[in-house]
Design a protein around this ligand. Structure first.
Ligand code: NAP
Length: 235
């Protein structure tokens, strides 16, 4: 097995995922980066796999690529996700299918396939990006499908942390507040800042910093780390 650790990062073409690729490369990991539209990288330490995480075949291809190119998977970051904010009764069956298949299906298919090599290796780290809306709903951002899907991932994070603790696999989540990425549809940092008690918008580097903290915290598992300017604490 190679000495260089390897991370799989989904949703890596832009936003938080792209920042995570940079952050993991800086601490010396090789990276398998995925998104539907991702292009190949000039960095020999980054291999890309284009595909929809909702499709189990994408998960199979990502794991096969990581093991073929790097011989190991030390970390999985489940970052790919979609956000559809609407009043509850406005959600369509298509909205439901897209959000659940991408967020929950993407988490399930890839996490399941990554656990096996991690058990063989004697450990690993799985971290998923949820949202602080799971615990602190807002009347001005109705988003039940975000809570349903990311709330499931948050709960599963604790379940998996306990199920695999004796096999050396840590499982954590990061709960961002409002982070300045294309997902925010052009909202300015000043507008995003208004949602946070700290009155600062989040940056992709803020989230990457939190993920790297968890990466380097061997006694931390089953944790939901909030990177949300105080949003989950109250208003
Ligand atoms: N920004 C925020 O304020 C915020 C807050 C809380 C939580 N989050 C969560 O943080 C994560 C990243 O968000 P972001 O703000 O960086 O979003 P973003 O800018 O919209 O980027 C989303 C990434 O996911 C990929 N993606 C979307 N659907 C996919 C699919 N079915 N299969 C594979 N890749 C897919 C996209 O690339 P392709 O289009 O190429 O597939 C893109 O790389 C998401 O899970 C989001 O829910 C974000």
């Amino acid at each position: 097995m190679s000495d260089q650790r390897a991370a799989v990062i989904t949703g890596a073409s832009q936003g938080i995922g792209a920042a995570l690729v940079t952050a993991y490369r800086k601490i010396g990991f090789a990276v398998v980066a995925n998104s539907r539209s991702i292009r190949s990288s000039d960095d020999p330490g980054v291999v890309t796999v284009a595909g929809d995480v909702a499709d189990p075949a994408t998960a199979t291809e990502i794991v096969a690529t990581a093991l073929d190119r790097f011989g190991r998977i030390d970390t999985l970051v489940n970052n790919a996700g979609v956000f559809v904010a609407k009043p509850f009764t406005d959600y369509t069956p298509d909205d439901y299918a897209t959000v659940m298949n991408t967020n929950v299906g993407g988490f399930f298919h890839l996490t399941q396939r990554v656990v096996e090599p991690m058990v063989r290796q004697g450990g690993g780290h799985i971290v998923s990006i949820t949202t602080t809306l799971v615990e602190s709903a807002r009347s001005d951002v109705p988003s039940v499908l975000a809570s349903l899907s990311k709330g499931g991932i948050a709960a599963a994070t604790k379940s998996l942390a306990i199920e695999y603790a004796d096999r050396g696999i840590r499982v954590n989540a990061v709960s961002p507040g409002l982070i300045d990425t294309p997902l925010q549809g052009g909202a300015t940092p000043e507008q995003l800042a208004e949602f946070h008690p700290l009155k600062k918008a989040g940056t992709v580097e803020d989230v990457a910093h939190g993920v790297l903290y968890l990466e380097q915290a061997p006694l931390v598992t089953g944790e939901w780390l909030h990177i949300d300017g105080g949003q989950s604490a109250g208003r």
